[in-house]
Ligand binder design. Structure first.
Ligand code: ADP
Ligand code: MG
Length: 477
């Protein structure tokens, strides 16, 4: 086939996909997001699409993977794959192409395979794991190159670099990074994993969130597969386990993690952990596990300082090919205080506003975008709060409304009520009504309880911060 044929074929395949996609989204979404995409080529079931900017990539990945996947499956078949190529500088036309990976349907690349006969818990339930998640769970866009260094993360970053140069070295093992939500822990540890993979592709690097680790373990326990589970983790060369504060209260998972930790440590394999607090602040962590966590190198990440925020805004705008006046950069940097995730959602909101308006970014637009985000937070409805809180605590929404008196449920319910009071304009009575028709005094009691506890309970503060930051991310999305 000639190169031209590939493009003709690509256009035809993409055209059919578009017809299916258009049926599932609004006309506005379709015009803004899908019409500007160009089908570049189609060879051996792989469709390459050119996107006008990185922003399109983020939006597609964030919201449209299922629709894209479904359309491709129906038009091309299950084996279809998709790759994006991004125009870096829209001003200058097709000057440079960037190939970006995690395409929704990319086959898992050849990771170093664990020894035969051991089944990866990541593949056990293939149906539930989207196939663009590769076996080592590393995301290629989290790199050191795009991790901005600043006062707030200097120590953690250099610790990370050191580990990525010499994984397994006793002084750096384990590496324990801690800091509040949205400050770059996941990005940094993923960057370490990616760097090690680049330098030594043969090493088996595995990233896993502590929650996923726990789920896999529970599943293994149910299916009598604990040995298999342990064997699998013991074959890892670099184990990155994210958000270990979730080990709190999980005795069995702590035990199995302790045993895996020991085997890996003795074999000079690198272990990297993140947490939103120091080991000694993780409630109910066994002493021996707490002490293991502090054996190596510990570093914290702090809230971003002004310069770091400015650098991050610039980088992101540049990546998206958006021009942004200085005053808008300072305005955004000053308005967002706590987390980089929040900063990113504001930047996205601003770009999106400019995109809808088809104008350049200016200060009025930035203010408008910001108001929109914060207003949406203010007018957040109770249902939304219930959903977020329930998902945070991994319980069904109905439990928040129900009569259950189990400690965890009561706790989650009280937090949800507290957030409803703080995030909506609803009265105590109205809130009570939405929580299983409870009396307003019950709500008052919940608020008192949470307020009091907030004075001393760091964990609760963090939980609320995290749920709040989910609101903001959702509101800006
Ligand atoms: P955490 O794991 O601490 O909650 P994440 O690693 O998920 O935070 O970071 C939140 C977002 O902020 C991510 O999109 C990440 O890429 C971005 N981010 C965080 N720190 C930096 C940094 N120093 N430079 C660039 N982007 C960053
Ligand atoms: Mg994280």
């Amino acid at each position: 086939m000639q190169a031209g044929d590939h493009q003709v074929k690509a256009k035809s395949v993409w055209g059919k996909c578009c017809d299916l996609i258009a049926a599932h989204i609004t006309q506005e979404e379709y015009q803004n997001l899908f019409e500007p995409l160009i089908a570049e080529s189609f060879v051996d079931g792989k469709l390459i699409l050119t996107l006008p900017s990185y922003y399109f990539y983020e939006l597609l990945e964030r919201r449209y993977v299922p629709v894209l996947r479904d359309a491709l499956n129906r038009v091309v078949g299950e084996h279809a794959t998709l790759e994006y190529s991004i125009l870096v500088d829209p001003q200058q036309g097709v000057s440079q192409h960037h190939e970006l990976s995690p395409s929704p349907a990319r086959p898992a690349p050849q990771a170093a395979q664990p020894s035969k006969g051991i089944q990866s818990p990541f593949q056990n339930k293939a149906a539930q794991v989207p196939d663009f998640i590769t076996d080592n769970q590393l995301q290629e866009n989290y790199t050191f190159e795009n991790f901005i260094e600043g006062e707030c993360n200097r120590l953690a970053r250099s610790a990370g670099l050191a580990v990525s140069q010499k994984p397994g070295l006793k002084n750096f093992n384990p590496l324990f990074l801690y800091g509040s939500v949205g400050l770059g822990k996941t990005h940094l540890v993923q960057a370490i994993g990616n760097r090690i993979k680049t330098v030594e592709p043969g090493r088996f690097v595995l990233y896993v969130s502590c929650e996923k680790f726990t789920d896999q373990f529970m599943e293994a326990l149910r299916n009598n597969q604990v040995q298999n589970f342990t064997n699998y983790y013991n074959t890892v060369d670099v184990l990155i386990i994210d958000d270990v504060h979730h080990l709190s209260g999980k005795t069995q998972t702590q035990e199995i993690f302790f045993s895996i930790f020991n085997s890996l440590y003795l074999a000079n394999k690198q272990i990297i952990m993140t947490s939103d607090r120091q080991p000694k602040e993780i409630a109910t962590l066994t002493d021996r596990l707490e002490s293991r966590m502090t054996w190596g190198l510990m570093a914290d990440i702090q809230q971003p300082d002004y310069e770091t925020k400015v650098a991050i805004i610039r980088q992101k705008m540049y990546k998206d090919g958006v021009e942004i006046p200085k005053e808008v950069v300072s305005f955004i940097a000053e308005s967002v205080e706590k987390s980089i995730r929040e900063l990113e959602s504001v930047i996205n909101g601003v770009i999106f506003e400019a995109f809808l308006d088809k104008t350049d970014v200016n200060i009025e637009l930035a203010k408008r975008a910001m108001n929109r985000i914060f207003q949406r937070i203010e007018s957040m409805d109770i249902d939304f709060i219930k959903e977020q809180v329930a998902s945070y605590f991994k319980i069904p929404v109905e439990d928040l409304e129900g009569i259950g008196r189990k400690k965890e449920i009561v706790y989650a319910r009280q937090i949800a009520m507290y957030m409803a009071k703080n995030f909506t304009k609803s009265s105590l009575k109205a809130i009570g009504k939405q929580f299983g028709d409870r009396d307003h005094t019950t709500v008052m009691h919940a608020l008192d309880k949470v307020n009091k506890e907030l004075e001393s309970n760091e964990g609760l503060k963090k939980a609320i911060e995290e749920i709040k930051s989910r609101f903001k991310a959702e509101a800006a999305a």
